[in-house]
Design a protein. Structure first.
Length: 427
């Protein structure tokens, strides 16, 4: 009875103060320093020069910036792979000084880590390798340096798109099979609905070691576990996080990627989010990577969405608008981050000038901010939409406190709006 009274008292207090959930919106700006070094020209939509991109995006409603971290990016020839700890400390400090939240995306590799490759850092593979120990030591060291530099992250991704594990092996090494036995390369079952037991013990030890380092060095930060099967295979995504639950791995947020040109329509992503919310009602969810082209198809595109969203500035904006509407249907989703938002070849004097990626939020030919960049602020406008609830809604229609229409009667404890009244779910 005491617990019920406490809950009711807290609920009434929340009702009186019209509290709404914190949302996080922004983008991955990992290459910003390099663009600045190469004199890229950033302008607002009207052609006015932007003196500082971080200040500008904050003015547009952004509150979170994501930056990736590699162990030794000099081992890679890709010009976009340049974010070692020195680089990240510099950019991270600027992000924090600008009053923005800092999301750290640890790749645990010298190059891109994603569903297709999770390569052991070269320095980790030249001696007798203990994956659990290496992950703990390196994660702890990186975080210590960031904290000391005034760049303590607010969110930490322990791995990037790790639907199939991480630290698989060292490419082109005669000891690959030896590394593979120690690594965390996960394997899906033949029907792609679940996982085999292969390497889950190894993988879970790695994630626990990473989480331990995070809690020790950045106890206020939230840990994100990031996968990318939500839209195209949500059953496997749910199976992944059920294994995470089974192995009692410590984390706070389910992170996901969604690129419609690879993963399919918004309706599929919507269904995947529903499955995650249903199966993990105690977890927040964030879309930590997304994007859509503004001029032509991204290389390797497998799903043509141009009938709905043409490759144009307006098509990109409309996709963003509809994406936000989809995310707002899900009470547990509280984050949206646009990947490679800063890509902009205008004025570049170095190796970024060709502007191959046109799904960013700046036009590669003019340097101007695109309409989709301004659209993002609508995900975090800081207001409640309760006064706008349709009075003709039926008694079965429920809303969250920040005005999001729910798919059905809420099952979690909390305060909601139904039939134009605040109501408490206490079960």
């Amino acid at each position: 009875m005491k617990r019920i009274r406490l809950f009711l008292a807290t609920a009434l207090m929340l009702c009186s103060s019209a509290v709404h959930a914190q949302k996080y919106v922004g983008g991955d700006l990992s290459v910003l320093l390099k663009y600045e070094e190469q004199n890229a020209t950033y302008m607002d939509k009207d052609g006015k020069a932007i003196s500082d991109v971080l200040t500008f995006v904050k003015q547009q409603g952004w509150n979170t910036i994501r930056v990736r971290l590699f162990d030794d990016p000099s081992k890679d020839t890709d010009k976009n792979v340049c974010q070692d700890i020195k680089y990240v400390k510099k950019l991270g400090k600027r992000i924090k000084d600008a009053g923005l939240k800092f999301m750290l995306d640890i790749h645990y590799s010298d190059t891109w880590a994603d569903p297709g490759q999770q390569i052991i850092p070269y320095a980790w593979s030249i001696w007798s390798w203990n994956p659990e120990e290496s992950v703990y030591i390196y994660t702890k060291q990186w975080l210590m340096e960031l904290v000391e530099a005034g760049a303590a992250p607010d969110f930490i991704q322990t791995g990037n798109e790790i639907s199939f594990g991480m630290l698989w092996g060292f490419v082109n090494d005669d000891k690959f099979e030896e590394w593979d036995q120690l690594g965390g390369h996960l394997e899906a079952t033949s029907d792609w609905k679940d996982y085999t037991d292969k390497h889950w013990d190894n993988f879970s030890k790695m994630l626990k070691a990473a989480g331990k380092a995070c809690r020790e060095e950045c106890p206020e930060a939230k840990i994100i576990i990031h996968t990318e099967q939500c839209a195209n295979n949500p059953t496997l995504d749910v199976a992944f996080f059920k294994h995470i639950q089974q192995y009692e791995i410590d984390y706070d947020i389910i992170g996901t990627s969604y690129y419609p040109y690879f993963k399919g329509p918004l309706s599929k992503f919507d269904e995947g989010l529903t499955q995650l919310e249903t199966n993990f009602p105690d977890k927040e969810i964030q879309l930590v990577e997304t994007g859509y082209p503004s001029k032509w198809a991204v290389g390797g595109t497998t799903y043509d969405y141009t009938d709905t969203y043409p490759y144009s500035h307006e098509g990109q904006r409309k996709f963003t608008e509809d994406l936000i509407a989809t995310l707002n249907k899900h009470p547990q989703v509280n984050g949206l981050s646009w990947w490679y938002a800063e890509a902009n070849a205008k004025g570049c004097t170095g190796d970024l000038k060709e502007g191959w990626y046109n799904a960013s939020l700046f036009d590669n030919e003019t340097g101007r901010a695109l309409p989709a960049l301004y659209e993002l602020k609508n995900y975090n406008d800081g207001s409640t939409n309760i006064p706008m609830i349709n009075k003709e809604d039926s008694d079965e229609t429920w809303y969250s406190l920040d005005g999001r229409k729910l798919p059905d009667t809420p099952k979690k404890k909390g305060i909601y709006v139904n039939n134009n009244q605040k109501k408490i779910i206490a079960r």
